[in-house]
Design a binder for this molecule. Sequence first.
Ligand code: SF4
Length: 424
Amino acid sequence: MKEDFLQIIWEQQLFLKDKPLLVADEELKVIKAGFKNQNAGPDFYQSKIFLFGLEWVGSIEIHIKASEWNAHKHQNDEAYQSVILHVVWEKDTEVLRKDGSIVPTIELKNLVPMEILLRYRSLLNEDKTQILCTSFLPSIDAFLMVSMQERVLVERLERKAREILSRFESNNKNWLETFFQSIAWCLGLQINAEPMLVLSQSVPVKILAAQAWNAETIASILLGQAGYLDKVSGQAGQKLKKEYLFYAQKYGLKPPPLLWKLFRLRPSAFPVQRIILLSIICKNMPNWFELIGSAKYNADFFTTNDEATNNQILQDFLKEQGYEKDKFEIGKFLKENLVINVFTPFLTAMGLYQNQPELIERSLDWVNEMKAEPNKITKMWEAENQTISTAGQSQALNELYKNYCLPKRCMECNIGTAILRSGN
Ligand code: SF4
């Protein structure tokens, strides 16, 4: 038994219908369950009840055992003096307010229908590590599943947008700087996202713009900052190093501490390759930035054409490092990845910051226009007969699994609460 279960029972008033609710032998009428409090303080606020012949408006506090009131020292806490009702599973003691008055307490253990308890137990008490509600899913209304997916998709976008906004604040509200760092972060996904971000933060974007977004110069600066030019023997490496030393001195650049992870990486995901890719992408970056901000285009506008670039020095440098490369490609897969992980949350961040909901709508359109990205989690949902065709759906189901199913937050999930309610 967990407190979140009791909160749902109270919020949805899932009590036995044929028994009166009694507090100190007096009948309790709930006029309004109140609003769930997401912050510190009692669990519900603006609740309204009728008890002892009077109407009461105030807060509701919920505990498994009544004695938790004292254990949490609510009796002396100002925030809890407006509690009009203590809702507990087991009333093991009477509890008081600061002025010595008794807090009316209702015990729920004989008031919750057995079917609800059984559904709760079968949902959460099983020793499952995957989707807990699989046995209930076939009976879940498709509309409910869609609405939960929409909810978590918005939560995911907002979370990612808030990360971008906090980067934006640290960059003195410079959107292009933030955009460059977000692209660098994305190219490092999954395991080198953090060092790629730190690397990008070590070179102000205005230095890159001053080089007219020249891929070779930018590569020399970033590779030098990343320590990849410390020991070079080949001609290409030496040329890049010379260039780096010149710009490092000119702009006072200092290499940041970076902790690259190389274990289990494909060669194309090795940091040195990703840094060169970032340098190549820089030439598209100002243009992408303008187009995203205009919010006029559909997602496929950014993803349809593959582009390839040759740069002999960078190709030779990679060869000196032991990699073969004919050309550098900004292919469809990479662009789709950027749209999902950077452009979409970036547009949402702009929408939140500028208070323009149409930008947020557009970013939601983008994820729903793109094809799903299959992975282990989407396969699990597909095995439960969930159709996944768009990136919006795959992202939503990933989010749902990671943020609700795995931490067993079923009582905060529309599907979990619908399962409890079903048949009641
Ligand atoms: S969080 Fe929701 S979807 Fe996930 S297992 Fe619980 S009820 Fe099912």
